[in-house]
Design a protein around this ligand. Structure first.
Ligand SMILES: C[S@@+](CC[C@H](N)C(=O)[O-])C[C@H]1O[C@@H](n2cnc3c(N)ncnc32)[C@H](O)[C@@H]1O
Length: 190
């Protein structure tokens, strides 16, 4: 058999193994994630949110279900914020740790965000799943401090009124990005 066929078979085996790792890792974390799988937010959408939500150096951003940590790294790079990400799925958690290696100001924890105290956050970001948004709205309402903002990619917080809704202009990136300010989102006043 020609050598290139061995290379091709090797490549297919590696891709197959990566897919298997993704599936096993996702299946193991499914009871905790309730369907919010590891899918990354595009750079276009992260750029749009960072432009709409200016932050100051030293402010704290928390990403609930941080995936490979790209939101953390982009916010740290652009504004010098402290960035904390929580991820339950072992595969994206390891990726996020690896990609944050040697960078100051970024912390990635393997945990469920339901155990995280959101009180210190200036901005909370998430890209989750409709099934968890009502429970998340309750947690945010119980823990956020006045003035904190919440950015939810794709799915709204039920009952909350967004300050802004972004729809980055392209069919691939056009799902809404909801931006809320607490407690105005619920009470209409700061
Ligand atoms: C759609 S991905 C978004 C990843 C990243 N925030 C981004 O925007 O690129 C959602 C992530 O949330 C994680 N996740 C879901 N429920 C979680 C929970 N209860 N605790 C921690 N992570 C969770 C999933 O494992 C998944 O990686």
């Amino acid at each position: 058999m020609p050598g290139w066929i061995w290379w091709l078979l090797g490549l297919i085996a590696v891709l197959f193994a990566l897919k298997a790792v993704y599936l096993v890792s996702t299946a193991l974390s499914l009871p905790a994630t309730k369907g919010a799988m590891f899918v990354t937010t595009s750079r276009t959408r992260i750029r749009a949110f960072l432009e709409a939500v200016p932050l100051g150096p030293g402010q704290l951003l928390m990403d609930l279900g941080c995936g490979d940590g790209r939101v953390l790294r982009a916010a740290r790079r652009q504004y010098g914020v402290r960035a904390v990400g929580v991820e339950i799925n072992p595969l994206p958690y390891l990726l996020a740790r690896l990609l944050a290696w040697g960078r100051d100001g970024i912390e990635v924890r393997r945990a469920s965000f339901w155990t995280l105290d959101l009180g210190p956050a200036d901005v909370v970001t998430c890209y989750l799943f409709p099934d968890v948004m009502a429970r998340l709205a309750e947690k945010l309402a119980a823990e956020l401090r006045p003035g904190a903002r919440v950015v939810s990619f794709n799915f709204p917080l039920p009952g909350w009124r967004p300050e802004r809704v972004l729809a980055p202009d392209s069919s691939r990136h056009g799902d809404p990005i909801y931006i809320y300010r607490w407690p105005r989102a619920l009470t209409g006043a700061d």
